[in-house]
Design a protein around this ligand. Structure first.
Ligand code: HGY
Ligand code: MN
Ligand code: MN
Ligand code: MN
Length: 403
């Protein structure tokens, strides 16, 4: 038994999956929900969890649960996600999963007997990289998204979430009160996605809050045409309003301290060097300290796009795809964990997480692990070995404290 668990250390587990879903063109990893890479990781997780003696089930929304003891209610749950952004780093998501496996292995080795059921969860489509809505698995589970709408979301190949979910063996998806009731408390360990812990020279922090955030889709329609023969005066080029949107997003966020606005995805149709696009889709990601700032940034961008579209003879629309209010993690739980961990720093984040979605339904907390580069959603993301070890030790302590 002892030797069986010994190899399940977080660093070794990360090494086991380092070849899965590498993206040669973008660099880093592209692991998207229910694609080959993400399914490989799911199978790998199930195998490793079963190897620890955990009982595994998948809920109706594609989230995987590995149980130490009988499933809930009132369980202590930890975990994260295995999907990535396009060209993402190795740690965003997987670090929380491997740390959870390592922590449970250590607890089992130490002879710890949890007084409440304990589970590791892997959430589906946390990044929204395939279907556009981040934290889709936890949103469906908690009823934060209408399943009818989720079913119609399409991936880049035009397949709907309903089709892909059915192929993945999910019968029906949507709010799952039974699965939700099994969670007594949820703790998500995550690589830090900024430089807070580097600046503080500390390996681990407890999370305090998540910025307001949302995604908006901008569509601009013009007239597709020939790049060589169309006089400048005759053009209706939707790339001009799209370019205005990129600049307006930066300007609007710069005017509001602490806010961020990004256009990181832009799709000209049809997308040819010698073709004036007929339409462009762009996605605006906004994060801010208040709903007023968030809405004002979107309104500013929409106004600039409308002006630029009118000047170019184009038509533009801006549609909200998702919106999440500010999350403040359960203060009592936050303080209890920070104290149990010897007074570690408490830090906010601008990144969204399943723990943020679930915070509306159950007490949740987060642990952040130092990332020397401060970079995330890019191949340069990382966590140093000492911080990973400190993160697992902190998670062990947190699980003992809460179980
Ligand atoms: O986009 C985000 O904040 C995330 O990491 N899901
Ligand atoms: Mn992420
Ligand atoms: Mn993440
Ligand atoms: Mn030609």
């Amino acid at each position: 038994m002892d030797t069986e668990y010994r190899s399940l250390d977080a660093l070794g587990l990360l090494r086991e999956i380092e070849g899965v879903g590498r993206d040669a063109r973008r660099g880093g990893y592209s692991r998207h929900v229910f694609d080959d890479a993400e399914r490989t990781l799911r199978d790998w997780f199930v195998e490793r969890a079963r190897g620890l003696g955990l009982g595994v089930d998948t809920d109706r929304n594609g989230n995987i649960w590995a149980w130490w003891g009988e499933p809930g209610p009132g369980a202590v749950v930890t975990g994260s996600h295995l999907d990535s952004v396009p060209g993402g780093g190795a740690h965003d998501g997987p670090l929380g999963v491997v740390s959870a496996l390592d922590a449970v292995a250590r607890l089992k080795r130490s002879g710890f007997v949890p007084a409440r059921p304990l589970a590791i969860v892997v959430f589906a489509e946390e990044e929204g990289s395939r279907f556009g809505i981040a934290c889709l698995g936890s949103r469906l589970l908690s009823g934060a998204i209408d399943p009818d709408r989720a079913g119609t979301l399409v991936d880049a190949s035009g397949r709907t979430f309903a089709e892909v979910a059915s192929d993945a063996g999910l019968g029906s998806f949507g709010r799952d009160d039974e699965a939700l009731a099994r969670i007594g408390v949820f703790v998500e360990l995550h690589v830090e996605q900024g430089r807070g812990l580097v600046d503080l020279d500390a390996p681990v922090a407890v999370g305090s809050s998540i910025l307001e955030h949302g995604r908006w889709r901008i569509d601009v329609r013009g007239q597709g045409n020939h790049a060589g023969t169309t006089e400048i005066a005759d053009r209706r080029d939707p790339m001009l309003p799209a370019a205005a949107a990129v600049a307006a997003a930066r300007a609007a966020a710069t005017r509001r301290t602490g806010s961020r606005a990004t256009i990181g995805r832009l799709e000209p149709i049809p997308g040819g060097t010698n073709v004036i696009a007929s339409r462009v889709a762009a996605w605006l990601d906004v994060r801010a300290g208040s709903e007023a700032d968030t809405r004002a940034i979107v309104a500013d961008v929409a106004a600039e796009v409308a002006d630029a579209a009118a000047a170019e003879g184009c038509e533009a629309t801006v549609v909200e795809e998702s919106y999440s209010g500010e999350v403040r993690f359960d203060p009592a739980l936050r303080d209890r964990l920070a104290a149990a961990l010897g007074g570690v720093p408490v830090l906010p984040t601008g990144a969204g997480h399943d723990a943020g979605v679930l915070a509306g339904s159950v007490p949740t907390a987060m642990l952040f692990v130092r990332n020397p580069s401060g970079v995330s959603h890019a191949p340069e993301e990382g966590a140093d070995d000492a911080a990973i070890e400190a993160g697992v030790a902190a998670l062990v302590r947190a699980l003992e404290e809460l179980s």
